[in-house]
Design a protein around this ligand. Structure first.
Ligand code: ADP
Ligand code: MG
Length: 250
């Protein structure tokens, strides 16, 4: 025979109140112990359910984002990297640039923290409820080229199109052929004024012509990317090289 608690759990499950389903006994015990009013008892249950559901959604957004690793702004040393200020980043962490569909471009040599900052912004955006996609330029090219053959690629591109923020990391490391440059243009065009884009690149805009192989296409891409855009020219030493870890010297 089902006890009342069993029935409560069953109903909770039916209604997809998974937190209540899991913790029904705890709520009842807690309510009795603290002699809660009916109102507070219900408030607790509903409040915890909302918190649990939001956390589940956040985890889902994190999983869908493709972020390769978690980096935070707290870990970022602004003493080491002086071409971007804490104040600028704090302003970006408010995320209203995503609501206003601004793009961010981080340019600079390897190791200066372009990817770190992009990931940290993406992670915070996920926290705040935005849908984020992170993809390296070469994985993006691969996914674009194979989206008609591989389901996985199609899904990846689909997620990019439904994101509020798309982070395209490391433009400029690998050469791009004409067909790829064209596909990249199509993507940037369709994201234009629909989603914010973060670009990191080790090449200055002046070198993009050569990189993309077609001046007209390059102009068209840069036009769209930079129309509403904050540009960060990051300089300095490579954090990796300066903080190189030695196995033998340890
Ligand atoms: P980039 O993308 O510019 O090549 P990364 O962001 O990948 O550089 O940084 C390389 C490594 O150094 C990463 O592990 C990153 O977390 C770390 N790093 C870079 N700059 C800083 C910084 N200013 N403070 C702390 N860690 C940093
Ligand atoms: Mg990088």
């Amino acid at each position: 025979m089902l006890t009342k608690n069993d029935t409560i759990k069953e109903y909770a499950k039916e209604l997809k109140l998974s937190n209540l389903c899991r913790k029904a006994e705890d709520f009842i015990e807690d309510g009795e112990k603290k002699d809660l009013s009916y109102q507070d008892f219900l408030l607790n249950i509903l409040n915890e359910e909302i918190v649990a559901k939001e956390e589940k959604r956040r985890q889902g957004r994190l999983k869908n984002s493709g972020l390769p690793i978690i980096k935070t702004i707290e870990e970022f040393d602004f003493e080491f990297q002086k071409s971007i200020t804490k104040k600028q980043i704090n302003r970006l962490l408010e995320m209203d640039w995503i609501d206003k569909i601004y793009n961010l471009v981080f340019l600079g040599p390897p190791g200066v923290g372009k990817t770190h900052i992009s990931i940290a912004l993406g992670y915070k955006a996920i926290d705040m409820g935005y849908k984020v996609s992170f993809i390296s330029m070469d994985n993006l090219m691969y996914a674009l080229k194979t989206q008609d053959i591989y389901r996985k690629s199609k899904i990846r591109i689909g997620k990019i199109h439904s994101s509020d923020l798309v982070i395209i990391d490391e433009i400029g490391y690998l050469p791009i052929n004409r067909e790829e440059a064209n596909m990249f243009f199509q993507l940037i065009s369709s994201l234009h004024e629909q989603a914010s884009v973060i670009i990191t690149s080790n090449k200055g805009f002046g070198d993009w012509n050569e990189l993309l192989g077609d001046p007209a296409l390059t102009t068209a891409i840069l036009d769209r990317l930079t129309f509403k855009c904050e540009l960060f020219n990051m300089t300095g030493q490579s954090y990796r090289l300066t903080h190189r870890k030695s196995f033998l010297e340890d």
